[in-house]
Design a protein around this ligand. Structure first.
Ligand SMILES: [Zn+2]
Ligand SMILES: [Zn+2]
Length: 117
């Protein structure tokens, strides 16, 4: 079973970091299975990096949502390509790079990597 963790930040809690656990299912697509708070030091120590995941990144019914704001949705910043919680806001600021996202579009398919902090 292939699984990985991608890092996301919650813009609703001052950009706090969390991990999204993802798992490759039998159909070859990646699904989000779990989310958990993590701090930057630990994320670096765990070395969540460079694994790419492509696909819908849908959430399982049991996926708990963001550990801070409960968002089940997310967007990928167009500038830094990192992952940010999304609660259907029309615009927001990326907590990773400060990019102002004023035309948020959701994608059917993502290509993300575990990424550095
Ligand atoms: Zn959140
Ligand atoms: Zn960004």
């Amino acid at each position: 079973m292939e699984a990985s963790v991608i890092l996301a930040k919650c813009p609703n809690r001052g950009g706090r970091l969390f991990g999204m656990r993802i798992q490759r299912m039998q159909d070859g697509d990646w699904w989000r299975t779990w989310a958990f708070p993590i701090d930057e030091q630990r994320a670096k120590g765990e070395g969540y990096d460079v694994r790419e995941a492509r696909g819908g990144l849908n959430a399982l019914a049991s996926y708990p949502g963001c550990p801070y704001c409960k968002a089940r949705g997310f967007v990928q910043c167009g500038r830094c390509r990192k992952i940010v919680c999304w609660n259907n806001e029309e615009q927001m600021t990326c907590p990773w790079c400060g990019n102002h996202m004023d035309s948020i579009v959701t994608a059917d398919s993502f290509n993300v990597s575990g990424g550095d902090v």
